[in-house]
Design a binder for this molecule. Structure first.
Ligand SMILES: Cc1cc2nc3c(=O)[nH]c(=O)nc-3n(C[C@H](O)[C@H](O)[C@H](O)COP(=O)(O)O)c2cc1C
Length: 188
């Protein structure tokens, strides 16, 4: 699979085979992720990797409850109120591996650079038959001091987003559809 094929084949994956990613595979994906460019070459990314299904499930429940309680502070999440209130909702879709990405706020590019690393990871993972999906529903809780302390995330690191991963049961049925890119200037 070349890079263009990977970009064209990538879709968010929300159903996973039971097989777990090995630690070596996760480390290799993080290595490939962090080959991404970074502003002023500061490499301001840091990650938490969770591979215990019960821990991921518990974190998902905590994240839902926290989001529900603090919904007024997160207008973009208010559309998900019913889903958060539903005990059956699993915001991490039973994924066997969860990566939480944090950015060092000493860098101006603390949010951009970890996002670039995660996108590298999604594309490299695809080559290995591993599907992934960004999950930002977890944001309010994963940004808390409580959660950061639990996983030894230094205070100056702010939560960027999370990525669920697991071996795909089958390739995505359809390629992504997008609107034509907006080009604001003339001449192309
Ligand atoms: C920053 C970001 C946050 C996202 N958060 C969620 C999420 O919380 N839950 C979810 O199911 N999908 C989430 N997604 C996946 C999007 O829904 C998905 O990328 C979009 O629908 C386009 O579909 P595709 O990725 O299959 O092309 C997120 C994607 C991004 C980039």
């Amino acid at each position: 699979m070349n890079v263009i094929e990977a970009i064209e084949a990538r879709r968010s994956c929300r159903t996973f085979a039971e097989k777990q990613l090995s630690k070596e595979t996760v480390k290799e994906l993080l290595r490939l992720g962090t080959l991404a460019p970074s502003g002023s070459h500061m490499e301001p990314w840091g990650f938490v990797v969770i591979q215990d299904p019960e821990e991921i499930e518990k974190l998902g429940q905590e994240a839902k409850n926290y989001a529900l309680y603090h919904l007024a502070e997160y207008p973009h999440l208010q559309q998900y109120e019913k889903s958060y209130a539903n005990p059956k909702t699993d915001i991490f879709f039973g994924a066997p591996t969860l990566i939480l990405a944090y950015g060092d706020t000493n860098s101006h590019f603390w949010a951009i650079d970890p996002s670039l690393a995660l996108e590298n990871i999604t594309l490299a993972a695809l080559e290995m038959g591993i599907g992934s999906c960004f999950v930002s529903n977890s944001e309010p809780f994963c940004a808390t001091r409580e959660l950061k302390d639990r996983y030894h995330v230094p205070g100056e690191y702010a939560f960027v987003t999370s990525l669920i991963m697991g071996y795909m049961e089958r390739p995505a049925a359809h390629p992504a559809k997008r609107k034509e890119a907006k080009i604001f200037n003339e001449g192309i």
